[in-house]
Design a protein around this ligand. Sequence first.
Ligand code: KIV
Ligand code: NA
Length: 270
Amino acid sequence: ARRIRIPDLQQAKQRHERWAMLTSYDTYTAALFEQAGVWALLVGDSAANTVYGYDSTLPITVDELIPLARAVVRSTNRALVVADLPFGSYERGPDQALGTAIRFMKETGAHAVKLEGGVRVVEQIRKVVSAGIPVMGHIGFTPQSEHALGGYRVQGRGGDAADRVLADAHAVAEAGAFAVVLEMVPVDVAKRVTAEIPIPTVGIGAGPDCDAQVLVWQDMLGLRTGKLPRFVKRYANLDSVISEAVEHYVTDVRDGSFPSEEHAFTGGWS
Ligand code: KIV
Ligand code: NA
């Protein structure tokens, strides 16, 4: 099968066919996820947390994200690969945004870039799109502005706030984005945005009415421990799978049951 392209996502919206997106930052997950039917892979700046161990997405740099995006592109032939523009790599204006987007396109082979913000980043979106680079928007809760937003909280609760999310969605679509992530917005807001704008909405904590869904893979497969956000569904418990397997390995090494003959080579002097 050929690679998913942007018109496929547009047609899916028209046909009311939903699709799944998942983050990926490395070769094995990229290949497994597209094989499992994930249409779009996001090399998210969530790699700040899930790969690099930072406690927010703010510190990750373009130079840290580019090699991960390159690995994901190299490991797939079916999924559309979207790379996040990290905090600090597009806020200064359209020229900076275009410069960063060009780096991702040239150095990783990604098919699109994503950046956070609505009305406040329309000039950036317009400029990047005008260079032939597809842009995915990201509105509602935007983790790169968590300090301005007062922490991880639902955006668009109450009439004025809901109006602002709707205005952001229209602004991003009119600026030429091909899709938009809606993060942590009330169900009715996501539903109205999805009905009104012509481009696909990709929900995360935005209820069941979006055109598509996205999750961070370590959240949904159970590698992340501690309290999970309300919008995460845990589909597997990789934390215990890995812990138990590694404990078994450690025990085997200590008591001498690994390696045994079957894992060893014969035929030196004997
Ligand atoms: O970086 C990321 O993983 C994201 C998704 C959660 C939308 O931006
Ligand atoms: Na992100």
